[in-house]
Design a protein around this ligand. Sequence first.
Ligand code: BTN
Length: 253
Amino acid sequence: LQGLRTRSFGRSLKIVEVTTSTQEEVRLLAEQGTPSGALVLAEEQTGGRGRQGRKWFSPPRKGVWMSLLLRPERPLSFAPQLTLLIAVAVCRAIRKTSGVDAGIKWPNDLLVQGKKVCGILVESVSEDERIRYCIAGIGIDVNVEAHELPADLQAVATSLKIESGRNQDRVALITAVMNELEDLYTLYEQEGFTPIKHLWEALSVTLGKRVAVKTPQGEISGVADALDESGALILLDDKGMPFPLFSGEVHLA
Ligand code: BTN
């Protein structure tokens, strides 16, 4: 990766032509004791996975389908903050390399004009409430053409090519993601979550909007008001009562 200026992220790189899911590739590496920062890229995934058991469309050579192994020596409660940090890093990398105005929908979908251009899946494996490792899966629709999107995605997904009108360099984008991620991770280690939270807020398309979310207690709707220090999204319900959301899927109303 030319232009990579990281110490660890993406320094060990495995590129595979086709795999079921880069998440599984990294899980194997992690269990073999591979150090933090290892990155696996696939040209194509046959069983790409999204959040909440969804499939992730991963056609050959059209996107960035990659997973990064991280070994943060932290309690499991760090995982939500890490998820938000990754979204900020990818969003900044997309903006810098493609000029496309991506924003973050809580917790970590990247949207352009309301359509999804990138999804992030962070899977954490823990022991006694400490993180053993995290697998940060990042899927970016880079050069997918509008007519190549499956029918069910036409209305809800887009790509950097569709939005910018030109082919985008995938290698430059991957390099930028690794550089941004390591910079933010270092910032987090030095100064904690507050500066990351501010960057996230500035890129958010969720804050200030009416959202609806399904929770185990039923559907809640309200205005997305703020992010708290743990990374939870604070909704204000119709009575103005704050309701913290730790996970789930918000729908912009
Ligand atoms: C989502 O928005 O639901 C998350 C999508 C995550 C997709 C990426 S592509 C690389 C990695 N491998 C997978 O199978 N999923 C993630």
